[in-house]
Ligand binder design. Structure first.
Ligand SMILES: [Fe+2]
Length: 198
């Protein structure tokens, strides 16, 4: 009696979506398909463009928090390990809101790491492990990039009558980022009221 063997070889060189990958693209990235939400197409188009920039920078900031969550070391390891993960979770909430706003405006949200890396304005950190002070400084710089562009985008959204985008950026993105900056920046204060002399 002969026994059949299962060929488990997978041809990864030719792995991909079923059929022609191009045929699976229902909406090209640059194509806007407006929904009936009472906003002009030009308004939606500008919103999509700005929100995808904000999305790329927010994903990068979230990933930077995860990097530091894993790599942090020193006497404040436990506290920062938890804080960095909390902020990463809050940024993930922002990411989902921004991406879904892009789709609501009729656009296509950025999603994959390669596209995020090509788009973000936040400088790429080294692969290696950095000291706590450098981690925090890098995060504060990334927050400032996000906050600066978010305020400009929120004002533009209000000017063009896109109240939903304005509200999302102000109420969710700006407020979350400002609070996270506060929690981070307090770690850089070296003066102790106990040791401070007259
Ligand atoms: Fe973790």
């Amino acid at each position: 009696m002969t026994t059949k063997t299962v060929d488990r070889h997978i041809d990864t060189a030719h792995a991909g979506p079923l059929g022609d990958p191009q045929s699976t693209v229902l909406q090209p990235y640059d194509l806007l398909i407006p929904l009936p939400i009472g906003l002009p197409e030009a308004t939606c188009r500008e919103g999509v463009e700005q929100l995808n920039q904000l999305l790329a920078d927010t994903v990068t900031l979230r990933d930077m928090y995860k990097k530091h969550h894993w790599q942090v070391q020193g006497p404040t390891f436990y506290e920062l390990h938890l804080l960095f993960d909390k902020h990463a979770g809050e940024q993930t909430v922002c990411i989902d809101s921004i991406a879904e706003r892009v789709q609501t405006l009729g656009g296509v949200s950025l999603a994959m790491g390669g596209d995020i890396a090509e788009t973000t304005r936040i400088p790429r950190p080294p692969r290696g492990r950095e000291a706590v002070a450098a981690q925090i400084a890098r995060l504060l710089h990334a927050h400032e990039i996000v906050l600066t562009e978010a305020r400009t985008m929120a004002r533009r959204a209000a000017e063009r009558g896109d109240d939903g985008t304005n509200d999302l950026i102000v109420s969710d993105v700006i407020r979350a980022n400002e609070t996270e900056v506060w929690f981070l920046a307090e770690h850089l204060v070296e003066t102790s009221p106990v040791s401070a002399g007259p």
